[in-house]
Design a protein around this ligand. Structure first.
Ligand SMILES: O[C@H]1[C@H](O)[C@@H](O)[C@H](O)[C@@H](O)[C@H]1O
Length: 606
C-alpha cells in the first residue's frame, strides 16, 4: 500500500480540524462502532479482569509495605536506611523492568509478558513470606518490583488492544481501579494482621501470591493480542482471536484496518532498526512519546505517593498514636483513592480523557494549596525543657517542634494533657530505630499513659483532622483524572510498532519520578517545611495543567489505528482541536481501510 495513500492519510490528518467535525450518517466506520456498542461480549470483560489483576498486584505490593514495616522494624530491628531500602528497592526495580519490558513485549508478546509477571509476583511473594533475614526480604521486594514494572506497562497495552473502541477507555481505566483497589485491600490486610505482632508481616507480604496464581492460570487459557499476532505475521491466529473476542460480530473491517495499518506503518517508517530511535526520528511518534512521558511525570510530580505516605503522619499529628489504629485509619485515604478511581471509570467515556484530566487538575492545584495553607497555619509547640546534651547535637539548638522534627537527626519528646503539650524537649534520635530517642525519657518508653510521646516526623496539633479532610479532597480530584488518565492515554497513543517501547518508556518515567519524589520528600520538607513541599507540588501541577492544556489531544472513541493522526501536527497545538462531545471523526473506506476524511474531493478515493 502506497506511500501515496499514506501521505493522503497525512494530509487528512493535517486537515484534522475539518475532519473532526460533523458525524456522517450511514458511514462504514460509524456502523461498526454502533454495532460494537450494542453488544459487547462477556469475554472482553473476562480478559480485562484477568489482566487487571496485574494492576491489583502493582497496587497491593506497593501499598502493603507501609503496614508491614511497622511490624518488621520491631521484629528485624530495621534502621531507617533498611526501611528506606525495603520500600524504594521495589519501586527502583519496577523502573528498570518497565524500561526493559518494551523489548520483551515486542519479542514475546503481551500474553507471555503477563504470564512472566505473574510468575515473578508468585516467586517474590513466596520469598518474602518465608524470609528469615532482611537481606532475603530485600531480594523478595526487588523480585516483586520486577513483576510490577512489567505488569504496569503490559497490562494497559493488552487491554487497549483487545477492547472495542467505545469501551477502551473504560476497560483500561479498570486497570487503574485495580491498582487503587490493590492499595486499599493492602491497607485492610495490614489492619487485620497488625494484631499478629509476631510474623503478621509474613501474611501481609505473602498474600499477594493468591491473585498472582489466579492470574497465571487464567492467562494460560487466555489469548494473545490479535494486533501483536498480526504484526508477527500470524494472521490466521489473529483472525481467530479477533472473532473470539468480538463474539461472532463481523470482524472483517476491524481486521482489515489493523492489517493495512501495519503494512502502512512498515512502509512509512521501515521495520528495521532500534525502535526507540525510530520513535524519536518520526514526528508523530516522537510527539506521542513526549505527551505520554510528560503525563506520567506530572502524575508523580503532583505528589500522590507522598500524600499517601503523609496521611499516616497526619493521623499521628491528630493524636492517633496507636500503630494499629493508625494502620486502619490510613485505609481511609486509600479507600478514597479507590472510590474516586471508580468515578474515573464511569466518567472517562462520557467526558473524554482531555476534559476529565484538565477539569480535575484545577481541583488538584486548589486542594494542594489548601493543604499547604492549613499546614502553615498549624501552631508549632515550643521546646520547654533543655536537658544537658553531652554529645552537643544540633537538637539542643531548636526552640520549637517544627525545626526539631524536620531535622532527620532529632525528634520531639513531650507530655500532653487536656490543656495541650507540656514538658517538651528536642533530643537526638536513636541510631538503631526512629521509634525512640537516643537517650533520656523517650529512649525507653512504655505503653503506660503517663509516659512521654516521641514525635519523630510530626508535631502534635489539634487541627489536623482538617488537614486530613484536605487530603481526602485532594485524592477526590486526583484519582479520576491524573491518577488514571496517564495510563489510559499511554495505552492508546502509539502506533502498533511503537506501542510496547512507548509504554515501556512512559511507565519507566512514572517509576523514576515516583522514586525521585518519595526519596526527596523528607529533604524537601527539611528545606521548605511540610507546607512548603505542598506549595511546591501545587506549582508543579500548574505546569502539568499547562502541559495538558497545550499538548493532550482527545482520543475518546477513536480506533487505535486512527489516533496516530492526532500527532501529525506540531506538538502543542492539540488544545486547538474542538474537543466537544459532538465532534466525531468520520472515515471513508479506501481499499478496505478507514481513513480520516479530509474533504469531499473525489480524488481521495482510489
Ligand atoms: O495511577 C497510580 C495510582 O494513582 C496510585 O494510587 C499511585 O500510587 C501510583 O503511583 C499511580 O501510578
Amino acid at each position: 500500500m502506497s506511500n501515496r495513500t499514506g501521505s493522503r492519510r497525512q494530509k487528512a490528518a493535517e486537515d484534522g480540524e475539518r475532519s473532526l467535525i460533523g458525524p456522517p450518517s450511514g458511514h462504514a466506520g460509524e456502523s461498526v462502532r454502533d454495532q460494537d456498542a450494542s453488544t459487547t461480549p462477556f469475554f472482553v470483560y473476562l480478559l480485562a479482569f484477568f489482566s487487571a489483576l496485574g494492576g491489583f498486584l502493582f497496587g497491593y505490593d506497593t501499598g502493603v509495605v507501609s503496614g508491614a514495616m511497622l511490624l518488621l522494624k520491631k521484629e528485624m530491628h530495621l534502621s531507617a536506611l533498611w526501611q528506606e531500602l525495603l520500600v524504594s528497592s521495589t519501586v527502583g526495580a519496577a523502573a528498570l523492568s518497565a524500561l526493559s519490558g518494551g523489548f520483551l513485549n515486542g519479542w514475546l508478546g503481551r500474553r507471555i509478558c503477563i504470564l512472566i509477571a505473574s510468575f515473578i509476583f508468585c516467586g517474590g511473594g513466596i520469598v518474602m513470606a518465608v524470609a528469615l533475614s532482611k537481606v532475603v526480604l530485600l531480594v523478595g521486594r526487588i523480585t516483586v518490583g520486577l513483576g510490577i514494572g512489567i505488569a504496569s506497562m503490559t497490562v494497559p497495552v493488552y487491554i487497549a488492544e483487545v477492547s472495542p473502541p467505545h469501551l477502551r477507555g473504560q476497560l483500561v481505566t479498570i486497570n487503574s481501579l485495580f491498582i487503587t483497589g490493590g492499595q486499599f485491600i493492602a491497607s485492610v490486610v495490614d489492619g487485620a494482621f497488625s494484631y499478629l505482632s509476631h510474623d503478621g508481616w509474613r501474611y501481609m507480604l505473602g498474600l499477594s501470591i493468591l491473585p498472582a496464581v489466579l492470574q497465571f492460570f487464567g492467562f494460560i487459557f487466555l489469548p494473545e493480542s490479535p494486533r501483536w499476532l498480526l504484526q508477527k505475521g500470524r494472521s490466521q491466529e489473529a483472525r481467530q482471536v479477533l472473532g473470539r473476542i468480538r463474539g461472532g460480530q463481523n470482524i472483517e473491517e476491524e481486521y482489515d484496518t489493523i492489517r493495512t495499518s501495519i503494512e502502512e506503518e512498515e512502509n512509512e517508517t521501515g521495520s528495521g532498526g532500534v525502535v526507540i530511535l525510530r520513535i524519536l526520528s518520526y514526528g508523530p511518534t516522537r510527539r506521542a512519546l513526549i505527551v505520554g512521558c510528560g503525563l506520567q511525570m506530572f502524575q508523580q510530580l503532583s505528589g500522590i505517593n507522598t500524600v499517601m505516605y503523609y496521611s499516616a503522619t497526619i493521623l499521628q499529628m491528630a493524636g492517633v498514636r496507636e500503630d494499629k489504629q493508625a494502620i486502619w485509619l490510613a485505609g481511609a485515604t486509600s479507600a478514597t483513592n479507590f472510590v474516586f478511581t471508580l468515578v474515573g471509570v464511569w466518567l472517562v467515556e462520557r467526558v473524554g480523557r482531555r476534559k476529565l484530566t484538565l477539569g480535575l487538575l484545577k481541583g488538584v492545584v486548589l486542594t494542594l494549596l489548601a493543604v499547604g495553607f492549613l499546614l502553615s497555619a498549624q501552631h508549632s509547640p515550643p521546646v520547654t525543657l533543655h536537658p544537658v546534651d553531652f554529645h552537643n547535637s544540633t537538637c539542643r539548638l531548636y526552640e520549637s517542634c517544627e525545626p526539631c522534627m524536620l531535622d532527620p537527626d532529632c525528634g520531639f519528646c513531650y507530655l500532653e494533657n487536656d490543656a495541650g503539650v507540656f514538658n517538651s524537649s528536642c533530643v537526638p534520635v536513636s541510631p538503631a530505630s526512629t521509634d525512640s530517642a537516643a537517650w533520656g525519657r523517650c529512649s525507653n518508653r512504655t505503653e503506660e499513659s503517663f509516659s512521654p510521646y516521641w514525635a519523630y516526623n510530626y508535631c502534635p496539633t489539634s487541627y489536623s483532622w482538617v488537614v486530613l479532610l484536605g487530603l481526602i479532597l485532594y485524592l477526590a480530584s486526583f484519582a479520576p483524572g491524573m491518577g488514571t488518565m496517564p495510563w489510559t492515554v499511554n495505552s492508546e497513543i502509539y502506533p502498533l510498532w511503537a506501542r510496547s517501547t512507548g509504554n515501556a518508556c512512559s511507565a519507566g518515567v512514572n517509576w523514576i519520578f515516583n522514586v525521585l519524589v518519595s526519596l526527596t520528600f523528607l529533604h524537601v520538607a527539611e528545606y521548605l517545611t511540610y507546607y512548603g513541599a505542598f506549595f511546591l507540588y501545587a506549582g508543579l501541577v500548574v505546569l502539568g495543567l499547562l502541559f495538558v492544556l497545550c499538548c493532550l489531544p482527545e482520543t475518546k472513541g477513536l480506533q487505535l489505528e486512527e489516533i496516530e493522526n492526532l500527532f501529525a501536527r506540531r506538538l502543542c497545538s492539540c488544545g486547538d482541536l474542538p474537543a466537544s462531545d459532538d465532534n466525531h471523526v468520520h472515515y471513508i473506506r479506501v481499499k478496505g481501510n478507514n481513513y480520516l476524511h479530509s474533504d469531499n474531493d473525489a480524488s481521495d478515493v482510489e
